[in-house]
Ligand binder design. Structure first.
Ligand SMILES: [Mg+2]
Length: 188
């Protein structure tokens, strides 16, 4: 990526994050396969972490960094069981202050959601993160609600479920990642 296009992408990400701030969105839930990274691992990645990290979309490097700087908490919500691998990718992509603040909810059994909210799609993943955020006030995020949450996911089923549950969601087009930024600017 040239310096000019990196600059342009960073500016567009800054505008999108400003929009999130204006809408009082304080929790960004991001899918991993085909969204944060540009491939589908199916939770069966056999290569190295560095090789997987090459698939990180530059868009999310800027978006997550800027969101964190604006006190918006970010989490990875995924059906992949390779959460250790994902953690390593986050550590390679972001500085540790940012990476350490990103909870991951995958299909491993390291977490559970006992609440009475919707459990389909990514809803229980997000609800579980919200429980963690509210338990740790030092993370500096105020009350997280359905309207202050935004799911970004390439699977339309998850977005449909999310909208049905009253949570904000934006479908991520894996073939046109930057469209996400325009879609965020269109949120009301
Ligand atoms: Mg996906």
């Amino acid at each position: 990526m040239s310096a000019a296009s990196t600059d342009c992408l960073e500016r567009k990400c800054a505008a999108a994050v400003q929009k999130l701030v204006d809408l009082k969105i304080n929790f960004l839930a991001i899918d991993f396969d085909q969204t944060m990274i540009d491939i589908h691992t199916g939770g069966r990645w056999k290569g190295t972490t560095a090789e997987l990290n090459e698939h990180m979309r530059p868009l999310f490097l800027h978006l997550v960094t800027l969101a964190t700087a604006n006190s918006i908490r970010v989490a990875i919500v995924t059906f992949s069981c390779q959460t250790d691998k994902i953690r390593e990718v986050l550590e390679l992509s972001y500085n540790s202050t940012i990476a350490d603040l990103i909870p991951i909810r995958g299909c491993d059994k390291t977490w559970s959601y006992e609440g009475c909210g919707m459990k389909c799609g990514k809803q229980q993943h997000m609800a579980s993160v919200v429980e963690e955020l509210q338990r740790k006030p030092m993370l500096g995020v105020g009350e997280v609600t359905k309207r202050s949450t935004l799911l970004i996911d390439d699977d339309p089923k998850n977005i449909r479920m999310c909208l049905k549950d009253g949570v904000r969601g934006v479908w991520f087009n894996p073939r046109d990642g930057e469209r996400l930024l325009d879609d965020i600017l269109r949120l009301k």
